[in-house]
Design a protein around this ligand. Structure first.
Ligand code: PLP
Length: 454
């Protein structure tokens, strides 16, 4: 593992955003779509290295977001940069949908070794998470000859129309669109902290069986007969929905339901995959449970645009021409992914687990200190912190999104980049090279930001 960087602190020299950053923000407002869901604070990046981002005004930020869980090996990891540079000088593009090059089978073979799927696999390459999901949906429909899907409230699977039909983490994502291009039914996500079945807070996951009971006893007997369901699409740790992990009992029950009815278990590891949870995939935390189809993107290419949908080889049985993409599986992006996986296996997954546990312990200390922190959850370097209005009767407090936003802003002003998720949580999704020294600095800033925001 390459050491993340020497011990350093953020350095904020101007009011934020500084004058050069403001110029870019103003130009962006004039020429760029207003649909991007940017947070209240305005970070403009000029260059970045390891866990440090420098803005055009020379301010240096400690990055605990990694470009929304993408820069898994840190910004511009020297080995990733070298591999990309070499590849760019040899072959930038040829269109793998029509021609051949070594990178596709090489990465397909690598993914075959690591994805949580039983038996041999095949991979379709795309450019993004949403595209990987579109692939999975089409494949499940094709293979099962069925049309319906089951998705979860709070889920995020992307914004293209097929993926959007599954997505349900925020109102703004669907508002104004004919999103039911697919026949999707949403069910409550098994959230042990905020039980969707009003059973209170639990720790063992047993009462979350409400989700699978709902599927089997209500849906299957009414609107959604199992023999019409092509796939259940699951985030093992819900990402945009608030960094909420599903309990093992439910993940196992979903596998059983899929097995009993010939339904594809499609596991969306776009955010939770590639070492983020301290194991290569979030599903690896649930021993013995395997997916039929796994979607990846984000951390797979260390920042190069890539999406991948890997399925059991016998499931990926569609005809020539059924699905393809001009840029998907571009040799430069594939090279970055091969190098990324090498680095993940060479120590970064272990660091995600160990330094992630250190970060989690620090966040739990802050939870003891502040009543407004109701929950710290997740695995490895995929950790969520939920903010509430403290309750007086021992019940779980009401969500406090405004406090969360104030804390996010205060962190930014002190040079720490974190980002919200769900309505009232903050996600920690740092580059997987984060060192314990970085954690100490980040927690100190987070602590100060909470203290001045409550
Ligand atoms: C779990 C999950 N699936 C799919 C997507 C969509 O990925 P993309 O933005 O690359 O289309 C995201 C993006 O945040 C995600 O978190």
């Amino acid at each position: 593992m390459t050491p993340s960087t020497e011990l350093q602190r953020p350095s904020i020299k101007t009011a934020l955003p500084g004058p050069k950053s403001l110029e870019i923000i103003n130009a962006d407002h004039q020429y760029v779509t207003p649909s991007y869901p940017r947070p209240d604070y305005k970070l403009v990046a000029d260059h970045a290295k390891g866990v440090w981002i420098t803005d055009p005004d020379g301010n240096v930020f400690l990055d605990c977001n990694a470009g929304v869980a993408v820069c898994s090996t840190g910004h511009c990891h020297p080995e990733v940069v070298a591999a990309i540079q070499q590849q760019v000088s040899e072959l930038i593009h040829l269109c793998g949908t029509d021609f051949y090059y070594r990178h596709m089978p090489e990465l397909g073979k690598k993914l075959n070794e690591i994805v949580p799927i039983d038996g041999p696999t095949k991979t379709h390459f795309a450019n993004s998470g949403a595209e990987a999901i579109e692939t999975a949906l089409k494949l499940a429909m094709y293979h099962t000859k069925r049309q319906k899907f089951i998705s979860f409230f709070g889920s995020f699977h992307g914004r293209t129309l097929g993926a959007l039909a599954l997505t349900s983490s925020k109102r703004a994502q669907r508002l104004g669109f004919a999103r039911q291009v697919l026949d999707v039914v949403h069910v409550p996500y098994p959230n042990c902290f905020r039980c969707p079945f009003n059973k209170g807070k639990c720790d063992d996951g047993a009462c979350c069986m409400g989700t699978t009971d709902w599927i089997e006893k209500t849906l299957f007997n009414t609107t959604t007969p199992p023999e019409e369901v092509a796939g259940i699409v699951l985030e093992v740790v819900q990402g945009e929905g608030g960094y909420v992990p599903a309990p093992t009992e439910v993940v196992k029950a979903l596998r059983r339901i899929c097995d009993e009815h010939g339904i594809m278990l499609i596991v969306d590891e776009v955010q939770s995959g590639m070492g983020r949870t301290g194991k290569m995939f979030a599903l690896d935390h649930h021993e013995g449970v395997k997916a039929d189809i796994v979607c990846m993107a984000k951390g797979l290419g260390s920042g190069m645009p890539i999406g991948a949908c890997t399925a059991r080889a016998d499931i990926m049985d569609w005809h020539k021409g059924a699905h393809a993409s001009t840029f998907g599986g571009n040799p430069v992006a594939l090279t970055a992914a091969l190098k990324t996986i090498e680095l993940l296996q060479g120590g970064l997954v272990d660091n995600s687990r160990d330094t992630g546990a250190y970060l989690e312990a620090g966040l739990n200390k802050l939870k003891e200190k502040y009543d407004c922190i109701a929950d710290v959850r997740g695995f490895g370097m995929m950790l969520g912190v939920e903010f509430v209005k403290p309750s007086t009767n021992g019940a779980v407090g009401e969500p406090d999104p405004e406090l969360r936003d104030r804390i996010e802003m205060a962190c930014f002003n002190k040079g720490l980049i974190i980002l919200g998720c769900g309505s009232n949580s903050i996600r920690w999704s740092p580059p997987l090279i984060l060192a314990k020294e970085n954690v100490d600095v980040a927690l100190e800033i987070f602590d100060e930001a909470i203290a001045e925001s409550i």
